[in-house]
Design a binder for this molecule. Structure first.
Ligand SMILES: [Zn+2]
Length: 205
């Protein structure tokens, strides 16, 4: 018989349920949750109604550089960085909170995703291992995700210099549905750099 505390186990199950709900992959769950692989798979199937996808996490740092991904990634990472500096909780709790705030702010149509939870997590790991950095835009002063060691000197962000196709996607949402940005996090850099994205409902809880 395992001597593991029942309460501790319930907490792990709750954490797994929350992470699965956010879209975490099985590899991530195995690394972060203290439950057996079998139990995680069973939980996953119960919650998602399907087996977890197989295969390795396929991402490279390049994904975060395409313009829409870069906007979302930068928005998420600025929230995450803020959380880390204002919250005493674990890295994982900061990740979960930041991702929830990001989802709320991104306000994407039901079922669509740009930065999924696994990509958000992978990005944090890329930052931790020094493969990504934040570069400050020389025009809007916002801080955006960039390759580490890229020249920061003349950096111009994807919002200040969007590719020509970008306008189509940016115009997809009717103007009356957009919320006015405001500096809800009290960090000018966060909203200034992400002028095209509403930050109106950011609340640190
Ligand atoms: Zn800019």
């Amino acid at each position: 018989m395992s001597q593991k505390s029942v309460l501790a186990e319930v907490k792990q199950v709750q954490l797994a349920v929350e992470l699965i709900g956010l879209g975490a992959r099985l590899q991530f769950l195995e690394a972060e949750v203290g439950l057996s692989r079998e139990r995680l798979i069973r939980l996953y199937k119960e919650i998602k109604g399907a087996s977890p996808p197989k295969g390795l996490l396929p991402f490279s740092t390049d994904w975060y550089m395409t313009w829409l991904a870069n906007i979302h990634s930068s928005m998420f990472y600025n929230i995450y960085r803020f959380m880390r500096s204002h919250d005493d909780g674990s890295d994982l709790q900061a990740l979960i909170k930041s991702y929830r705030i990001y989802l709320e702010q991104a306000d994407l149509p039901e079922g669509s995703t740009v930065l999924d939870f696994t990509r958000a997590y992978t990005m944090v790991r890329f930052f931790d291992s020094g493969m990504l950095q934040l570069s400050s835009c020389t025009r809007c002063a916002g801080e955006f995700v960039a390759h580490a060691y890229d020249d920061k000197h003349d950096y111009v962000c994807v919002l200040c210099r969007p590719p020509s196709r970008a306008g189509k996607v940016r115009a997809a949402k009717p103007a009356h549905e957009r919320r006015a940005p405001r500096s809800a996090l009290g960090r000018p850099g966060l909203t200034a750099g992400l002028a095209g994205i509403s930050m109106a409902r950011v609340a640190v809880t």
